[in-house]
Design a protein around this ligand. Sequence first.
Ligand code: 8X3
Length: 806
Amino acid sequence: QGRHQAAGRPRPYAIFNAIKGTKPIIDIERAKYFTASFKTTEGQPLILRWAKALKHIAGNITVYIDDRQLLASRAGCPGRYGLIYPELDGCFLGKVAELTNRVESPFSISEEDLRCIEQEIAPYWQGRTFYEDLARSLPPDVLRVTYDPDEITKSRYIVNETATMRSALQWVHDFEKVLQKGFKAIRQEAEERLAALDLFDPQDALEKAPFLEAVILVADAIVIWAKRHAALAARLAATEVDPQRKAELQALTAICEWVPENPARTFHEAVQAQWFTQMFSRLEQKTGATISNGRMDQYFYPFYRADVEQGRLDAEGAKELLECMWVGMAQYMDLYVSPAGACFNEAYAHWEAVTIGGQDENGEDATNELTYLFLESKREFPINYPDLAARVHARSPGRYLYEIAETVKEGSGFPKLINDEEVIPLLVAKGAAFREANTYAVSGCTEVRMPNRDTYTSPCAYVNIAAALELVLYNGRMKIYGPEFLTLATGELDSLATWEDFWQAYLTQQTYLLKQAFKQQYLVNSLREKHFAAPLGSTLHDQCQKQYKDLHAAQIAGGIDLGYFDIIGYGTVVDSLAAIKKLVYEDRKLSLAELFAALDNNFAGYEATRQLLLNAPRYGNNDPYADGLAKSIDLAALEFTHKYSRTIGASLDLRYVPVTSHVPFGKVVGATANGRKAGTALSDGSSASHGADTKGPTAVLMSNANSKNLGYKERAARLLNIKLSPACVQGEAGTDKITAFIRSWCDLKLWHLQFNIINKETLLAAQKDPDKYRNLLVRVAGYSAYFIDLSPDLQNDVIARTEHSL
Ligand code: 8X3
């Protein structure tokens, strides 16, 4: 990896090398000021309380400018850091001390800060959190598959909600507003609208006025914060002895004085304004994947062009500025205190995507010089940020695909690819105009958002379908949870005489879990607005401004409310069902009782049975037998959501995006009929299960395409990981092979694709000698992370994925 490193710029490397591999520190300042402000605003409208808290934070939190940095602002202390969000993790704050030794994403914290959490922060949130509210509201049948009813802070990993771990799904702001308008104009508009309200009208007084006051407060807050950075830069400049650094700090002073209050005038100002907004968003709330950056090659382009034309900037200068941002992103670590949050988002995962390429409003190809500059930067400075997402369409230029392939060959897992040919028609089917759909931005692992149009922010549910299969085998129970009856009885095994009986029993359990997931999400969606607000996010959203509504409102008129539920363990279940259908019911090589005994004993003494199972038809090989079952599972889930999603007031579309949940979900599931041992990871996303895909990567694409039900619009992202051996992509021939593979993927209209280009030997060596492999990046789910930051279970998951040759 990093073969272009020599060509990289020294400044970002120097900043990065100083923080690389260090243990992240917990910064509690945001939690402290947020809580202090909340204590004084009880009873006021939530959006106003949140805006006041942000202003309090902006005026008091320590501000930093890093040595050598050309950009100002971070949301926490120097080095790698994470923030506590007590409004989310209030009932887990007693666990903060344990984070130092946690296997998944450990953090350190000072004794003094721990005391502050215990004495000042935690007591206020006790009993007030969304988590507690939701747990209290779940009916017993939903609770049983969500949390342990006797200890509600323990997840069951059957139907997990994720709304208590992050206060919003992945999101993208309309950054153009900040760059083109600035917060002074945004504030002014809000003041004029506030003055025009009829305060005798209760709706004006109680809903519209607090919304507009919050807009004004948050515009003040971000400007106060920026100006504090300007003052710091001026102070540092005054004492700086190196003339070059002094000049840089003086320039930074002027930039932070100007943006984001005013419209940006140069590329440097545009980058700084965007970075302030991004960083302030982290102080505002914890968003799934962290606030994404939208289509940077589009909204920065006019600034870049003008600067280059006027001789103020060249490509090297632009890359250095962007890399100063990448290295800032790499220092923020997404901190999940709750155990479920931690194991769903391993390796400090956050993946604020930067989108490049794609099409413009009119459907013309949108690639420009900046698009290529982003790809170059990724090759020359191959760190884990940003999560570069390349939009591809049928008419993407050859040069673009060539440069994507060259970047993929670096082996850091970037860029990930999102397919316009799948995404745009689906967005249009879901109610968007073409011009909105054409300009979507990538917002998470695989997700997309239309700024100013998408409005649904409730985090989604993960449904463990490997658990559904186990619930058939134990007739409504799971081995790990003992005699407790969890779902519904689908019959003792000896009553499942035919494949049709077994299949119906499976579908009944799967559908039951979906039913519980939808009830859970109904409650999530209705309770959230009482607990969370996002005045900055709402300020930057046209529909929220029009409706005077916070983004967390259960309904926002004029918006398109696209949410999801995720099926976890797809490949594992397809392969298991294929083995059962073929070996038990068709070839009669095995009785159901024998299979049960093998699984119940985790194959101890049943190795021959395991080998039989491993050789049954498997998903990922373009085999109609397995792919047909995959399609039927997909269809049953789609039919369910087609019927019920609107009843929760939003679209809950079917998604296959596990982040790292397939690891903890695997831990609660016993051995499975695909030969998988108890407790090991389930398959990820829509990928084949570990080692199942033996017919090459094109067969993996084909299985993915074969298993889709194109007649339903309730489809969303399908995450697809492909691991290639470095040898097969060497040289120009290797580049051509990757390009051709991407074209096939685009033609097949698959949603997402990403590559790991790595040998099993390298991964095993890194497991043995982590210090030697500090730079080793691997694609995990929808993001890349340092291999040594993964837990051993997740490392094993990545190692066990099939390595293909093209
Ligand atoms: C997955 C993040 O927020 O959609 O990329 O669950 S989220």
